[in-house]
Design a protein around this ligand. Sequence first.
Ligand SMILES: *[C@@H]1O[C@H](CO)[C@@H](O)[C@H](O)[C@H]1NC(C)=O
Ligand SMILES: *[C@@H]1O[C@H](CO)[C@@H](O)[C@H](O)[C@H]1NC(C)=O
Ligand SMILES: *[C@@H]1O[C@H](CO)[C@@H](O)[C@H](O)[C@H]1NC(C)=O
Ligand SMILES: *[C@@H]1O[C@H](CO)[C@@H](O)[C@H](O)[C@H]1NC(C)=O
Ligand SMILES: *[C@@H]1O[C@H](CO)[C@@H](O)[C@H](O)[C@H]1NC(C)=O
Length: 423
Amino acid sequence: MQSRNMLVKCFIAIYCFSFVNSDGPVRSMTTFFNPGCETQKCPECSPGLAYIVSKGDNDILHYIISAIGGPPSALVIQTNKPKGKYQLQIDCRKIASKNETERREAIIKPDGVKEIYSFGVVFTRLFQYNDTADKADINYYNVNSTAWRVYDFDVFEWQDLSMWSSNDFIVMKVKNSGEVIDRALYNGSLVLQFHLFDHSDRSTELPHLQYDAESTQIDFTLQDIDTGNSSSARWGLETVLLGQDSAVTPMSIVTKKSVDDEYTPGVFQVSNWLTRPRNEDNGGYLQWKPVCYLKSARARSVATKVETTGLSSTEYIDSFLNSSILYSYFSDIQIISRYATNFTFGLEKDGGFTKTNYTSWTAQLGYGAPPMDKVSSLVVGVISAGLGIPVVIIMFGGLFVVIKKKTSKGEYTDLDSDQSTIQ
Ligand SMILES: *[C@@H]1O[C@H](CO)[C@@H](O)[C@H](O)[C@H]1NC(C)=O
Ligand SMILES: *[C@@H]1O[C@H](CO)[C@@H](O)[C@H](O)[C@H]1NC(C)=O
Ligand SMILES: *[C@@H]1O[C@H](CO)[C@@H](O)[C@H](O)[C@H]1NC(C)=O
Ligand SMILES: *[C@@H]1O[C@H](CO)[C@@H](O)[C@H](O)[C@H]1NC(C)=O
Ligand SMILES: *[C@@H]1O[C@H](CO)[C@@H](O)[C@H](O)[C@H]1NC(C)=O
């Protein structure tokens, strides 16, 4: 009876521990749509801007997410937490302005608000290529060796952001990828979702990324696209990560391996693209697992690979950065630290995008040391039980032998004396 009680208590402890896991600092978030616009529905601010203030104990994270005037972007500014006014003065009409000076005055820090760090992500271009050789490798083809479509995100038209968004869930859906014939991204066939968090936990959706109060998960989805005659269509998503430091500051992609695929079956890696590899606690990151899904009901059976082509400089796409909302904050955007990569989707023989007409991938943008998968307390519990039982058996077994030995000492002595008599 005693031991059964112990076992029950032990399980309760393990069970509780697995909830303690999801604790951590909690922030308080407030969201504004189209700040600077009285009615929140200024046509000048189309397709809309979201400003999220996330207050922590010692600092404030300001998120500005928008595709106004340029490619879809997210800017994160970490500031101190002053006594007085702490909200940034953001005017979405100035951000949308064609006038250089107005764009430069669109995001203002009130007196007393000091920047600690700032960084952001910009999605610049989308490449569709015909994977005739089924290599799932964008670098395998040059401009002439296969059919390409290049979608420049700065000419996209987007649906009104506030139409689909809620306070912690900012949604960008494409309306039209531009007026060029043979290009076919319409009506939500490309969706970018930014899910902001004010606490730590693990995403309920595959790949079940661990998030914290400083992170935002970004879902990128392509669906129902007429890929034309490219019967073996695949995609590359060109992405830029920027940090406030000077351009000489290197960034790096660090891939960590794990022995445990508990949360993302079949996936044993996580990659972190760090803006400050030598000081990751005070830098930004983009994190992902090398997996995307070919159906909206995500499952291991419809999973395929995500790869990056490595970091490169951005000179040839700096015009995209100039048209992005980040230009309104970084007056020196051409001399800060910024790198680009292509994320590519798919694996040889997986049928490519065309097979299901769907690809969805999740990454995470955040501040500070990137969250890491820890072996869950359930697994720890199971392992300890697995290891514990033999240990208990060995201990009790050993004890039993010792006791047995002690109580039957006489016999052994007899045996010994027998032997000695034989000798
Ligand atoms: C794409 O590749 C397939 C073979 O994989 C070929 O049949 C098709 O004609 C190609 N389409 C274009 C537009 O090149
Ligand atoms: C997109 O939606 C609009 C309005 O619902 C519709 O008129 C148009 O035909 C759609 N375009 C495509 C390519 O499906
Ligand atoms: C993918 O979806 C588009 C739009 O609905 C459609 O025109 C196209 O034929 C589909 N392609 C395939 C291979 O099913
Ligand atoms: C696709 O193929 C058809 C028939 O072969 C051809 O008429 C059409 O021009 C092709 N379209 C493109 C975009 O290559
Ligand atoms: C992404 O891939 C395209 C097509 O190969 C290439 O033109 C572009 O330079 C690549 N971008 C980066 C950042 O590597």
